[in-house]
Ligand binder design. Sequence first.
Ligand SMILES: NC(=O)c1ccc[n+]([C@@H]2O[C@H](COP(=O)([O-])OP(=O)(O)OC[C@H]3O[C@@H](n4cnc5c(N)ncnc54)[C@H](OP(=O)(O)O)[C@@H]3O)[C@@H](O)[C@H]2O)c1
Length: 324
Amino acid sequence: METRKIGNQGLAAGAIGLGCMGMTHAYGTGDEAESIATIHRALDGGVTLLDTAEVYGPHTNEELVGKAIRGRRGQVVLATKFGIVLGSGASQLDGSPANARRAVEGSLRRLGVDVIDLYYLHRRDPAVPIEETVGAMKELVEAGKVRYLGLSEVGVETIRRAHQVHPISAVQSEYSLWERGIEESILPAMRELGVGLVPFSPLGRGYLTGAFQSSSVFVAGDFRRSLPRFDDAHMAANQKLVDTVTAVAARHGASPAQVALAWVLTVAPDAVPIPGTKRRAYLDDNLGAVNVHLTAEDMAELDRLASMVVGDRYPPALAKTAER
Ligand SMILES: NC(=O)c1ccc[n+]([C@@H]2O[C@H](COP(=O)([O-])OP(=O)(O)OC[C@H]3O[C@@H](n4cnc5c(N)ncnc54)[C@H](OP(=O)(O)O)[C@@H]3O)[C@@H](O)[C@H]2O)c1
């Protein structure tokens, strides 16, 4: 697999990373042995960037990743996040310097490492000036606890202000065939500053693979049950997107997931997407995306899909925490 650089500070990773969230969080019940086998197979297949976060579980996801990478640390570009705290009830944002200093210690311990390669602020905390949060993250770099800094789901102003405090290597944002909100102003600003892109949910949280036709497939507690795009009416209305992706896939003898990923890899040759899966079969499928070469006609056909999407990606309370 080709190596891609992420930002201008020296960070680089295999062109496709692995999102580990669903292994213990948000998407139903995972199987630990299969999840660990999936991480190992990913590393064997040239994946280096593994993505987790303190809040996934909480804590169980980092523990799982830590277990999986024991003895294989040298092959991994390890990314985790802080700044969302699960209290009793709803999650809260905490971008305070004290929380950055607290969180990193727990992440290092659970991951079983002495340095985190890419440390993200998961969401900007509106109560804390971004300079203070990134100032604390910069101190973690200086202390040798993290190597590179990232931000997730932030707007242009936040990126620019943060970048002045310490170079930001990556912004992780949702980016896929059906979610292209960063293209207008965020991505151009990132490219101007030399900030790399890590697209999350590149498969549209699984929707673009054609695996889900109805919300009834999601078990109780599956996070997608709370997302407007995953209610039955919107899923039915968006089926035409899946039909197009499936038709393009058929022309290439590929799967819809491979086409969704190949689109991201083609449209953003400077990005490292992190498709999420908890099973080896899907991982193998996803890694095959590097062999799918979309034509200009395919790209034009797929390009039209974004304007056809119906349904908000987040409910209002969550939309407020993302800066776009
Ligand atoms: N920064 C943030 O705020 C944020 C938010 C969301 C996600 N993320 C990160 O981004 C990663 C990826 O995003 P995501 O997991 O939300 O969405 P995604 O990668 O777009 O899709 C994951 C879903 O697709 C399914 N899937 C994966 N490969 C498939 C294939 N080849 N065929 C059919 N179905 C397939 C998975 O099933 P199984 O689970 O059954 O394997 C899962 O349900 C996460 O793991 C997480 O690390 C970050």
